[in-house]
Design a protein around this ligand. Structure first.
Ligand SMILES: Cc1cc2nc3c(=O)[nH]c(=O)nc-3n(C[C@H](O)[C@H](O)[C@H](O)COP(=O)(O)OP(=O)(O)OC[C@H]3O[C@@H](n4cnc5c(N)ncnc54)[C@H](O)[C@@H]3O)c2cc1C
Ligand code: SF4
Length: 579
């Protein structure tokens, strides 16, 4: 952590004064509880010349009923939200969500307004100044490149506030103060999906309060995180539901943690239907289509690897969250058939299927196979067979890329099973298999998020979920596929064999003696092979890595009796020179 930068601190006593100050000063920042902004300032993520301390605006920490709405001031602390009687009675999901934010000491200082307006997060941004400087900064702050999404048009840093999705599901409004008075907007309209400019508040505006309409039904919030306390949500889902008998009469669903803004999910297809497997699938598909897994795909790594080779164009056909298990969501076997019959021409196809396949495989509504069970693995293998055969039948070389180790041991075990199936079945249909496991494990064969990139620098290779690649990770994975692409390319570019065969009918003596060949020029040096290049067999195919363990034949020869390296006991007499 760096020392805080120099700034002027303003302590307005009223909301009017605060709004006027905000309108007058160029690029000021507000501080409420300070649990988000002070950390960022100490990391050099902003250097506002002026800080406006909102803690003196005592009228903003009230909780009041106005008409049939409950108004909660922006300065209300999260600790108070967790124990306030009116909140707990009318909106228990909000109190429960507040109780999951950070730890008790944070919640004592952290405010509702600060929670909603907190900065977006990214592994390349929430770092010290010197770390970011060493990585040439990034689009969100001071730099020109995004390290997460290649060729990105915007910053993809993700929003991880817990309270926004709950308020959105509850249909709450934001009350915003500005020089001309107050304006009111749905909470979801406070945000835009751009990691660097995630709030729609104008420079002179301050969030004053949240107004909650009466809850007609029930609401809940579920937060997924690594540890059960202090951690931000990796993902959070809030839902408010009204049922009439068995039918879903009203439903609002919002998500956090996966996109640059908390987002409403379109669940209109569920309205008027009962809750059953069909509606569960509709809901799951609606959630998937809204959430960005922020995966950097192998295709992006390959694109980067061949950026300077005009002969190679990488066509990215990756689809978030797809796999071989769920064909209701995205059916890869059908998609492959459509691709092969479509207008694109492929010289080589690279496939990597994600660990998202570690879920039940539904053959029909009444028949589901448990993930990794014997029956599941058999069906899964058939699907690999079908896809690999489709490319073989069209004479298109296929490279099947295995999954790397995952941070979760359970997912790693699943990845090993999927890798084994792919290795056996795709290669049986003529595909080449590329193993990434060791390249993404540490010396103890354990998961490590960081490791050497293709230049040997230690960088972050895996995303925050411990599953996906960062751009550097995808580029490293692509490095293992490059030899295959080059081999296929070189085979295509070979000149065609001479069309006119040599005349065999002429008598041997009629053939002019071949001129004496000049001795081949001696090269100055042999082939230069980078130390980190994958080992290739003579045909250019990926060869097996050398075995780590020495075989019996590799043991050193026994020392001659009596020689200085003969350590046997009792010591044998040294042979005497003959007289
Ligand atoms: C270890 C740790 C764990 C955390 N875990 C979580 C978590 O699990 N879930 C979660 O949601 N958050 C988490 N946070 C983030 C943060 O602490 C909370 O979101 C907190 O609620 C922020 O409130 P604050 O009042 O401290 O905000 P501040 O830091 O004071 O402000 C945050 C931002 O909001 C702006 N702001 C504040 N009030 C207003 C206003 N009224 N109008 C306009 N802009 C305003 C500030 O200018 C600043 O940009 C965590 C933080 C830490 C350090
Ligand atoms: S998503 Fe890209 S631009 Fe945004 S913070 Fe991360 S690295 Fe920077």
């Amino acid at each position: 952590m760096n020392a805080l930068p120099d700034f002027r601190l303003h302590r307005p006593a009223t909301l009017d004064e605060a709004v006027r100050l905000k309108a007058q000063i160029e690029h000021p920042a507000c501080v409420a509880g300070g649990s988000d902004i002070l950390v960022n300032l100490r990391r050099g993520l902003a250097k506002p010349g002026d800080l406006i301390d909102l803690s003196g605006l005592r009228d903003l920490d009230a909780i009041e009923r106005i008409g049939d709405e409950l108004w909660i001031g922006a300065l209300t602390t999260l600790a108070r939200l967790t124990r306030d009687g009116a909140v707990a009675a009318a909106y228990p999901a909000l109190a429960e969500a507040a109780a999951t934010v950070a730890g008790p000491t944070h919640r004592a200082a952290a405010t509702l307004g600060g929670n909603l307006c907190q900065d977006t997060r990214c592994v390349y941004y929430n770092q010290s100044e010197w770390w970011r400087d060493g990585n040439a900064y990034c689009l969100k702050h001071c730099g020109e490149k995004c390290h997460v999404v290649a060729k990105s048009d915007r910053c993809y840093a993700t929003y991880h506030g817990d309270l926004a999705p709950v308020l959105m599901a509850l249909g709450a409004s934001a009350i915003v103060a500005r020089a001309g008075g107050l304006r009111r907007l749905p909470v979801e309209n406070l945000f835009r999906e751009d990691g660097a400019h995630y709030l729609t508040l104008a420079p002179d505006e301050i969030l004053a309060a949240i107004a909650l309409p009466p809850l007609n039904g029930r609401a809940a919030y579920v937060k997924g995180r690594v540890r059960e306390s202090v951690d931000f949500p990796l993902t959070g889902i809030a839902a408010a539901l009204k049922r009439e008998g068995d039918v879903i009469a009203a439903l609002r669903v919002a998500i956090t943690g996966m996109n640059s803004a908390p987002l409403m999910v379109d669940v209109s297809k569920l309205i008027g239907k009962p809750w059953n497997d069909e509606t569960a699938t509709l809901l799951s598909n609606a959630l998937r289509s809204r959430a960005t897994a922020l995966a950097t795909t192998l295709a992006e790594g390959l694109d980067d690897a061949f950026a300077d080779d005009p002969r190679v164009a990488v066509i990215d056909k990756a689809k978030d969250d797809s796999g071989l298990v769920r064909n209701d969501f995205y059916d890869w076997r059908k998609e492959v058939a459509a691709l092969l019959d479509g207008p694109d021409h492929f010289d080589l196809v690279v496939i990597q299927i994600g660990v998202n396949d570690n879920q039940k495989l539904r053959l029909d509504p009444d028949h589901q196979l448990e993930p990794l069970s014997k029956a599941f693995n058999e069906v899964y293998a058939q699907r690999v067979d079908e896809i690999a055969a489709a490319f073989r039948d069209k004479n298109i070389p296929l490279v099947w890329v295995g999954l790397p180790i995952m941070s979760s041991p359970g997912l790693s075990n699943a990845a090993l099973v999927f890798n084994e199936i792919a290795k056996q079945h795709a290669t049986a249909a003529g595909a080449r298999y590329v193993d990434l496991w060791d390249a993404f494990s540490d010396v103890n064969s354990a998961y490590k998020a960081s490791g050497p990139d293709i230049n040997g620098a230690i960088v972050r290779l895996r995303g925050p979920d411990g599953v996906h690649f960062t751009l550097a990770g995808a580029r490293k994975a692509a490095h293992f596929i490059e030899p295959e692409v080059k081999r296929v390319l070189e085979a295509k570019l070979q000149p065609p064999p001479d069309a006119v065969p040599p005349d065999q009918s002429a008598p041997p003596e009629a053939v002019a003696p071949a001129p004496e060949k000049p001795a081949p020029e001696k090269p100055l040096a042999g082939k230069i092979t980078p130390l980190n290049e994958p080992i290739l067999s003579p045909g250019g195919a990926l060869a097996e890595a050398p075995k780590a363990s020495a075989s019996v034949a590799d043991k050193p020869a026994a020392a001659a009796p009596g020689r200085s390296d003969d350590f046997s006991l009792p010591r044998a007499p040294a042979p005497q020179p003959s007289p």
